[in-house]
Design a binder for this molecule. Structure first.
Ligand code: ATP
Ligand code: MG
Length: 424
């Protein structure tokens, strides 16, 4: 036998038994963004490598070691997108959506990072995100958090996630803090892990984001960015906190929260869960007022977040909130003999027109009554229709309930749609 070809490591199939929970999640996302008046943007999966290098930052996990970068046939360096923000800004600049305008956008789709695959961490994964442009005040930061909060409500996850927020200040404030942090880290230079030592001069804030508990312990006495904030940044942050209080969203201020990408300023946040082990961040984002300018546009304030869909699906499964896999079929149409197949198709099509939303499958592949009813049963359909010569001669169809003991009945074609509607 020929050797089977396997999927690429870390890239998952979503099988028919799993797709219902994905569809449920996707419909919750769509409803939520619609409820807030956001518009969808779709961008290509492949972009110029420079786009990500310039936006995410050279000294970040993503750019240092996770990007799927390759040369195309023209010798251009392309990268499978590792996240959605850079592409959204690129598209916004390219099509003049950002300058002097407000945009409230959302996207969803696959992202690619060459990480070590493990539970909740894959090489192709899916994100849903929102990005808002043109508003600098903290009310919009609160709004995107309200939108994310609505997702948890609709998914039944409110009790399983908590919000952590922080502020990174503006670039001057961060520069002052950076110096203080480097001075602090220098005391522990030899005790830092490899990542910490490498980052301490290039990107010291990222050292705070470490997942290594020993390094975390060393950081207990690190200076706090809050102490380096000016009036304006402090007010921005306190306004956000007041708005979150006003709408009843609970949060914890976490002064260690910095986020792994370079483009954030002021507000940063993460929704985390302790039900997924180490991969606990399910949604993350913040303000990135500098990025539009950095990518060649006019300076435009921006805020957004991205949510990892695999982790939400895992959470729903772990909490057993995704148990019921609905069947795909309501009515299964059988044909007793090849001569009845055209009529069976015609009747099925009439019913699809007459009963929008009712899922009707026609039997294909022949076989006797027993075989066809067995198939019907396997689909989980509520009803089987039996189309046979004798019944057709009388203008009738037999309707056989499959999920209860009720008798099969002969129904005229005129009354068929109505009868089915009453029975399912
Ligand atoms: P982490 O610290 O877990 O590596 P990150 O900071 O790299 O996360 P972001 O770039 O902010 O993550 O992406 C937002 C969200 O996308 C994450 O919170 C997570 O839910 C999800 N995510 C990121 N990388 C992966 C991955 N490799 N597999 C599955 N989901 C992911
Ligand atoms: Mg990461």
């Amino acid at each position: 036998m020929a050797k089977q070809i396997q999927a690429i490591r870390g890239m998952n199939d979503i099988l028919p038994t799993q797709s219902p929970v994905w569809q449920k999640l996707e419909s919750v996302l769509r409803d939520a963004v619609a409820a807030f008046g956001y518009s969808e943007i779709r961008t290509p999966i492949v972009e110029s490598t420079d786009l990500f290098k310039r936006s995410i930052g050279e000294v970040t996990d993503i750019v240092e070691k996770e990007m799927y970068t390759f040369e195309d046939r023209n010798g251009d360096s392309l990268t499978l997108r590792p996240e959605g923000t850079a592409s959204t800004v690129r598209a916004g600049n390219e099509h003049g959506l950002l300058y002097n305008q407000e945009q409230r956008l959302w996207y969803t789709g696959p992202m690619f990072r060459h990480e070590r695959p493990q539970k909740g961490r894959y090489r192709q994964f899916h994100q849903f995100g929102v990005e808002v442009y043109g508003i600098s005040t903290a009310d919009i930061d609160a709004e995107v958090l309200m939108l994310s909060n609505m997702l948890w409500q609709k998914l039944g996850l409110t009790e399983h996630v908590t919000l952590e927020i922080n502020t990174l200040g503006d670039s001057a404030e961060r520069a002052a803090y950076r110096d203080a942090l480097i001075a602090f880290l220098e005391q522990f230079k030899d005790k830092l892990d490899e990542d910490g030592q490498r980052r301490m001069y290039t990107n010291p804030l990222r050292v705070l984001d470490t997942k290594n508990p020993e390094v975390q312990a060393l950081l207990a006495g690190a200076p706090s960015l809050m102490d380096y904030l000016g009036e304006e940044s402090r007010t921005h942050f306190s306004t956000l906190c007041e708005l979150l209080d006003a709408v009843g969203i609970q949060y914890r201020v976490n002064p260690r929260l910095v986020r792994g990408l370079d483009y954030y300023n002021r507000t940063v946040f993460e929704w985390v869960t302790d039900s997924l082990g180490a991969q606990g961040t399910v949604l993350a984002g913040g303000r990135y007022d500098g990025l539009v300018g950095q990518l060649g546009g006019k300076d435009t304030p921006a805020v957004g977040f991205a949510m990892g869909l695999e982790r939400i699906v895992l959470l729903l499964e772990t909490l057993e909130l995704a148990k019921d896999v609905p069947n795909a079929v309501d009515v299964y149409v059988t044909a007793m003999g090849d001569s009845c197949v055209p009529q069976a198709f015609a009747i099925a099509n009439e019913l699809r027109q007459a009963l929008p939303g009712v899922r009707i499958m026609t039997h294909c592949g022949g076989g006797n009554f027993k075989k066809q009813i067995k198939r019907a049963d396997k689909t989980g359909a509520a009803l089987a229709l039996i189309i046979g010569e004798t019944e057709l001669a009388e203008g009738k169809v037999a309707v056989k309930p499959l999920r209860n003991d009720n008798e099969q009945q002969l129904v005229s074609r005129e009354l068929l749609a109505e009868t089915i509607k009453a029975l399912i």
